[in-house]
Design a protein around this ligand. Structure first.
Ligand code: THU
Length: 139
């Protein structure tokens, strides 16, 4: 992993800015607000935030809501190339395992940036989800 940027909300990167802005919209009674923004092959940016629920397992992560927004806008053939995940409530916010699996479905080479020790670090979905099970593995 390499250090990419400060991860602060005033970062010059529009994708990072969109993730930070989305975190401000989170429905998060837990107090943990997460924002995610994806860039697709078209160059467009789509954001999502976490949406929690009194029934805890109903909670949706920011990343999967951003992916859904991209699909709504561009259709099922959407190609996700990049994602930024951010939170103002912790020094760390790596995508959860479920979101890693959701991401690889729409971009086998997605570049992923997320907050670690208060800074955005960059890696790839292949590094975050080795030996992934994908559609290509099904007969
Ligand atoms: N959360 C995300 O939005 N993305 C992740 O990848 C990790 C967890 C949210 C879900 C829940 O609202 C809160 O963070 C605590 O798990």
């Amino acid at each position: 992993m390499s250090r990419e940027s400060t991860g602060s909300p005033d970062d010059q990167n529009p994708l990072s800015n969109a993730a930070w802005e989305a975190a401000a919209s989170a429905y998060a009674p837990s107090g943990f607000h997460v924002g995610a923004a994806v860039r697709t092959g078209s160059g467009a940016i789509y954001a999502g935030c976490n949406v929690e629920n009194a029934s805890y397992p109903v909670t949706l992560c920011a990343e999967r809501n951003a992916i859904a927004a991209a699909i709504v806008a561009e259709g099922p053939a959407v190609a996700i190339e990049e994602i930024v995940v951010a939170t103002p409530d912790s020094q760390n916010c790596a995508p959860c395992g479920m979101c890693r699996q959701a991401l690889i479905e729409f971009g086998p080479a997605v570049r992923v940036q997320f907050l670690q020790n208060g800074r955005l670090v960059g890696t790839t979905i292949a590094e975050l989800l080795p030996y992934a099970f994908t559609r290509a593995d099904q007969p």
